[in-house]
Design a protein around this ligand. Sequence first.
Ligand code: FES
Ligand code: FES
Length: 163
Amino acid sequence: MNWTVRLAVNGEPRTLALDDPRVTLLDLLRERLHLTGTKKGCDRGQCGACTVLVDGRRINSCLTLAVSLDGAAITTIEGLAQGDRLHPVQEAFIAHDALQCGFCTPGQIMSAVGLINEGQAGDDPERVREGMSGNLCRCSAYVGIVEAVRDAQATLTDKERAA
Ligand code: FES
Ligand code: FES
């Protein structure tokens, strides 16, 4: 038996036949679509390395069955930059040296984009830390991560005001 799921992945319509309804969005992205920027850390909802946006909201893709997302729009780390122009959150992570090994970074960045979209980032470091608490960093780059999120939030708010 086959299950079909239609997704828009980084703006591109995809129709995918699954032979197992238990395939997670994470495995679908990495193994079928070769979008390996989304990382598999714990594979059980504890580390946030697999964070992507579904219809603009952040989720742990390791906990989400692909078949449950028929019709959804998925954004992964590969979909953030526009050509050579990085997303402001990506630029802020570089500017604030918010990574060491980089394994958690795609998930951190997607989570930050989601947090800012939700209007929940604010300028308070404690609030940012709380909002990003589902994303663990084994290298403990948290100081830079919080600064990057605050900086990106300010940049994006300024852009909104100017628009
Ligand atoms: S791999 Fe999904 S939360 Fe860790
Ligand atoms: S930069 Fe290494 S796990 Fe976060």
